[in-house]
Design a protein around this ligand. Structure first.
Ligand SMILES: Cc1cc2nc3c(=O)[nH]c(=O)nc-3n(C[C@H](O)[C@H](O)[C@H](O)COP(=O)(O)O)c2cc1C
Length: 209
């Protein structure tokens, strides 16, 4: 597939089954992720694999974070949602947490470092597509939950850019066609005149002088 074909073929997969990428394939995908544009070579990304043997424990972290958020907001705990949180890390063969750990020396703005990590995440998804795997990038309330961040070893200024799921798209899942026009954004052409509108004609009659 050409690069453009890979970009056009990438979709968020609703369901991912085995097999997932093996360690060599995953390594290549992460190398592709780390080729992202990165102003100042900050290397702000961090990738954390939630291995199958830790998926239940990470699910517990997500579930108790959800329950705590409910207590804080006074919302009743939805048992279905609780079970969904608990099962999240096991819903695909590979669950990766992509985070930004920005350098705070002021040299490169923090928002640019988050942009670099978003670019790395997209590289990861495209590399997965190129290797024949499906992917899904999600965030949700867990991404900004302080207890989830703590469990991942992230600090106050760090942020989860996405939970990335990788695996095989089941045969039965049809490729969702893009709504027409979605992949062809309109482009506005800037002109100098637009930013310098003509001065309105003067209505000053000079009567007060
Ligand atoms: C920063 C970010 C966060 C996202 N979070 C979620 C999410 O929480 N849940 C979800 O279903 N999709 C999430 N997505 C995936 C997009 O919504 C998805 O790409 C969109 O549905 C378009 O589908 P496509 O990827 O097949 O083009 C996220 C994407 C990005 C870039």
């Amino acid at each position: 597939m050409s690069t453009l074909d890979v970009i056009a073929a990438r979709r968020s997969a609703a369901r991912l089954v085995g097999p997932g990428p093996d360690p060599v394939q995953l390594g290549r995908m992460l190398e592709a992720a780390a080729q992202a544009p990165d102003h100042g070579r900050c290397r702000p990304w961090s990738f954390t694999l939630i291995p199958a043997e830790s998926a239940a424990a990470f699910g517990d972290v997500l579930a108790s974070a959800y329950a705590r958020r409910c207590r804080e907001t006074g919302e009743p705990v939805d048992p279905e949602r609780l079970a969904k949180e608990r099962a999240k890390a096991s819903r695909a063969p590979v669950c990766l947490v992509v985070a930004c750990r920005p350098r705070l020396d002021g040299r490169i703005p923090v928002h640019e470092q988050f942009a670099a990590v978003a670019a790395a995440t997209q590289n990861l998804l495209l590399a997965a597509t190129a290797c024949g795997f499906g992917s899904k990038w999600v965030t949700g309330a867990a991404a900004t939950d302080p207890a989830v961040k703590r469990a991942l070893g992230l600090g106050e200024h760090d942020g989860v850019v996405g939970f990335v799921y990788l695996g095989t798209v089941p045969e039965s899942a049809r490729q969702r066609p893009r709504p027409s026009g979605e992949a062809s954004p309109s482009v506005r052409v800037w002109t100098y005149a637009e930013s310098h509108p003509a001065e309105p004609a003067s209505t000053d009659t000079g009567g007060d002088r």
